[in-house]
Design a protein around this ligand. Structure first.
Ligand SMILES: [Zn+2]
Length: 70
């Protein structure tokens, strides 16, 4: 692997990190997710808080279910 290159997510051959198009498989690299670029929803603090709230809600429901059923 040459330094300063990243593997194409589609064909795996080294391409420029800022290349908009892979010169090997000619795929549009601007339309595929890059490992170095974090996705917006899952990593934002609000998204993480929502995930934690959801997990707590599910845990509370699982704990309360036997009590409510009795
Ligand atoms: Zn490619």
């Amino acid at each position: 692997m040459s330094p300063g290159r990243v593997p194409c997510p589609l064909c795996g051959l080294p391409v420029h990190p800022i290349a908009g198009r892979c010169r090997h498989c000619r795929s549009d690299l601007t339309r595929v997710a890059r490992p170095t670029t974090p996705t917006t929803a899952s990593t934002s603090p609000r998204g993480r808080a929502a995930l934690i709230a959801m997990a707590l809600l599910l845990a509370a429901a699982a704990l309360a279910a036997p009590i409510l059923a009795a």
